[in-house]
Write a protein that binds this ligand. Sequence first.
Ligand code: AMP
Length: 544
Amino acid sequence: MTAPLHDLMMDYPLTLTHFFERGEKLWAKKTIATRIPGHPPFRYTYADFAERTKRLAGVLDRFGLGRGDRVATFAWNSHRHLELYWAAPMTGRVLHTLNIRLAAPDLIYIINHAADSVIFADASVWPILAGIRDKIPTVKKIVIMRDTPDAVVPDGLDDYDTLLAAARPVSGWPKLDETTAAGMCYTSGTTGNPKGVVYTHRAMFLHCLAQSMADQFGISENDVILHIVPMFHANSWCVPFTGTMVGATHVFAGPNPQPRDIAEIIQRERVTFTGAVPTVWIAIKDLCEKEGFDISSLRTIAIGGSAAPRHLQESFEKQFGVVMSHAWGMTEMTPLGTVGRLKSYMKAWDYDRQLDVRSRVGYPSVGVDARIVDDEGRELPWDGVAMGELQVRGPWVLKSYYDNPASADRFTADGWFRTGDVATIDAEGYVQITDRTKDLIKSGGEWISSVDVENMIMAHPKVLEAAVIAVPHPKWVERPLACVVPKPGVTLEPAEIVEFLRPQLAKWALPDEVAVIEAVPKTSVGKFDKKVLRDRFKDWRPKE
Ligand code: AMP
């Protein structure tokens, strides 16, 4: 008999607390900054950040919040938001980042579904919440963060900085199991109600390690990171966690950043790494061409969220010497799925061939298994031609949505997540997203459900049918075009539809234009055939 060999390593939980405690010792002198409109940036050190995060934990304790209680944020990117990112999960509570751009009905649904206990809101976006305050009964406390110097805290609400100043810092962190919920985020990427994704400590821990790898985003202590991706969207691609783990310098874009603010920050702070959706980079390119901002400090721009045009990558490289890394991911995947990087031997290929590779979304990250399958669930070859639904599995891919049994069909019987994206994978493992199974529209990084908008239009008394499709847009990548069929004998003006929708939709979801058509084309089983419509309007261009 030999002695037991099995399980002789420590059972050390993979929690965010490890990153924080280690960072507190190692990165004390490193800095964190937030843009303040019209003023010099706010700056402090990691040591200050750690001290305030412990005070914030003291505030959460004083509020009487229990393990698992949801701590919601409703805020722009800032150092305060970063403090919440850490204090909530490390005390065993769940960080719930609310999207400040959602329309009121979605916000009400999400806050009630998650049963948030407290909301930390930036003063500049508080008026949005004020309007729904009587419809979110689980929320017992609202704390205001003064994100602009002239911000005031409404009567009866708490001021974040005052609470922190008066709080006692916690002396340590509870021991948590690695499968404890750390954060949650709702996705409105499909029809129906938004769905909640709950991230465990373990998922985030492993995701941070993978994301920092040299062959992924290579995020290191040397980096100066500008956080543009909203911290309410998919953990800001998890980069605030990864950046803190490695001790990078953080720069937060602050309230409502515009392309000029972003270009100025990159130039002034000598930013080395940042990421955002293609729409942002289209605007920055235009600005840099016109005004000559110096963005040469950037070593990599992560671009994703929707397809990054090939010409955009080429322009950034040729004009500004900045390499883009095209990535694909989902809220459901913490969010990293694939990262676009050339393999060493591809660097000898001619430039056009390299660009062909880089216009795809890269190969699957370590930790992510990917496959494409046909309609019968049969796995398809990696030949760059066969096209099928992209399915994934891995330690940071969700196993189930939060309290949403109706979504069980998003998972296969053999344990894969059905992404809803249609893709090819080539022999080198590079994934190309070709379509989405649902006819969603992604405008400026935000989802618009065509079906939701159609249903609203079809509630208009003069409308017979309506189909909403995505049409290409130079700035927003996609915009919704509403194709509307009036009831027989009725005259319908496009403006009537826009005015009818205006009170029901968030501004960015409102179709800019309406085409009055004679019939919506149908498939053999009587469904709207949007492929035909898309083809018909493929040369349609938005009015300036
Ligand atoms: P979200 O959960 O809001 O981040 O949206 C995820 C979806 O965005 C994916 O399922 C894709 O449809 C789309 N997406 C993300 N990254 C890319 C990309 N690089 N190219 C094309 N589509 C993308």
